[in-house]
Structure formats: C-alpha cells, structure tokens
Write a protein that binds this ligand. Sequence first.
Ligand code: PLP
Length: 307
Amino acid sequence: MTFLSPPIQRINSVIAYRAGVELSVLRLDCMHLWVNGNKWFKLKYNLLEAEEKNYTTLLTFGGAYSNHIYATAAAANLFGFRTIGVIRGDEKLPLNSTLSFAVQQGMQLVYIDRKTYRERNTTDLQQDLQQRFGEVFIIPEGGSNLNGVLGCTDIVKEFTAFDTVCLACGTGTTLAGIALSLDKNQQVLGFPVLKNGDFLAQEIEQMVTNYLTSSLPIPSNSAPSWKLLCNYHFGGYAKVNEKLITFSRQFTQEHCIPLDYVYTAKMFYGVMDLLQQGFFPRGDRLLLIHTGGLQGNLGIEQRLQKL
Ligand SMILES: *Cc1c(COP(=O)(O)O)cnc(C)c1O
C-alpha cells in the first residue's frame, strides 16, 4: 500500500512570529485524492487484518456526511474489498455528495434508525449484521479501534523537529496513537470539536491503557503526554458560525491551505487564538496536523447557502 508521504508546510504568520513560535503543518490531506487524512491511518491495519483473515467484504458505520465512510469506500475499492456502509438515519434522495461518492466506489448502503445505530458497537447488533450480510469484517465507526490507534502511531513517526503536536479530536483515537509515538520532550494538544469535550479525556486514557496492555508494538518508551483544549468547539459537532467561516477562508487565502469546517478549521482557529494569548512558550515548534476531511465541506457549503 503505497501512498505519498504527507508533505510538511511551513507557515509564515505574523502572529506566530510575534509569539516566537514556529508553525508547520503536516498535510495528511495531500496523500491521496480520496483516501487521505487520519482516516487512512485508522483504516490501514484494519484492511491488513481483513486481508490476512481472508475477508472479502468490509462493513462499517457512519453518518451521512462521514469522512470515514468516504475513505473506507475508496480504500476498499482500491484494495479490492467489497464494502457495506451502515448509515445512521433514513435514506434521503438524491444522495448527498459523500454518499453518492461511496456508491460510485462500489459501497452498498444500508440505513438504520438512530436508536438502533446507538447499538453499533454491541455484539447483538453486529451478530445481526453478520447474519444478514454473511462473513463481513467489521470496522467500528471512524476506524476507532486498536488497529486505528496503531495506524495513528505512524503519523508523525518520520518527523522529529517539533515540540508540540496540535490536532482536532472527534473520538480521540488519532490523538492516542500520536501520543503513544512521541518522545519524552514532546506533547500533543487535542482540540475536541464536540461540545463539553472534557469527557474525551477519560476515553483517551482508556484507549491508551488498552493499547499499552495489548500485544501491539509500542513505538515510544516514554509516558504519553497530552492535554485537551475544550473551548474551540463553536457550539458542537459540525456547528459553524460567521467567525469560523471568515477565519477559514482568510487562512486558506493567506497560506494556500484549505481547511475543513468540522475539524481542522476549529483547531487552526484555536492555535491562532492561543498564540495571541501567549499560551505557547517562545521557541516552541508546533506541528499542526491537517487531518483531511475536505470532502465534508461540500455538505456544509450547501447548508450555508440555504441560510
Ligand atoms: C475523523 C476526523 C478527525 C477526528 O479523529 P479522531 O481520531 O476521531 O479524534 C479529525 N479530523 C478529521 C478531518 C476527521 O475526519
């Protein structure tokens, strides 16, 4: 499975210059046209395990605009798997851009109501699905299992010249993988995109513990060091406002980096805000992870046009 290694882009910004901080962006959005971002890293070892175990069909879960559904459909198609996407809620026609892409990539879509969807990680529902669709390799929503954490330990592996990694968090799986791969003097700052993101701390703690007590390779021998900054959710998941949109468009114009509104725009906004508050020590070298997700902007732009 060969993809482009993600480029690192240095950002020249007056705000960072004044704060005495170095800013670089790891462009996971530039690895492959369709299969990119952190979702690829979370899928990688799941696909390898499915292949090793001779599965021909993958089944996974997601919302109607899910980056994970999009990436899974494309990756499965590239590597020759059939895929079933279990989508939360009712079918809406015409299909939105995410789901029509998934179908083009050969994914079969199945809709389940929101209440049943909440059971997605239970053995009961998974057994039902196995009975309905035969032998399928089940990948959890977002690719958020230990294979997903393992994949994310590869994200910053090749890079050393930074002190602090910043990234947006949904489930925190990506943060857990990165934290597990860092050296002693490095740390990760996570920016939850959900409201009241504090609850994530416990879940990340649990994921890290589960990982460390599994038989998976441990890439670093230092204790993972991470922290969450929970004030940049902009009202919650996929919520946006004028300030965020203006920031995101200006940032893209200035630095030639497109941002997605659901995740990366909120993190970049947070970092710029913290720089202005003098949050980072002078001389700090920040590595901001662009986790991809640009496909989701189409849906958001359409929603904004209707306002
Ligand atoms: C899914 C996603 C995230 C969140 O990743 P987690 O591992 O769930 O924290 C961040 N950014 C983008 C673009 C995503 O698609």
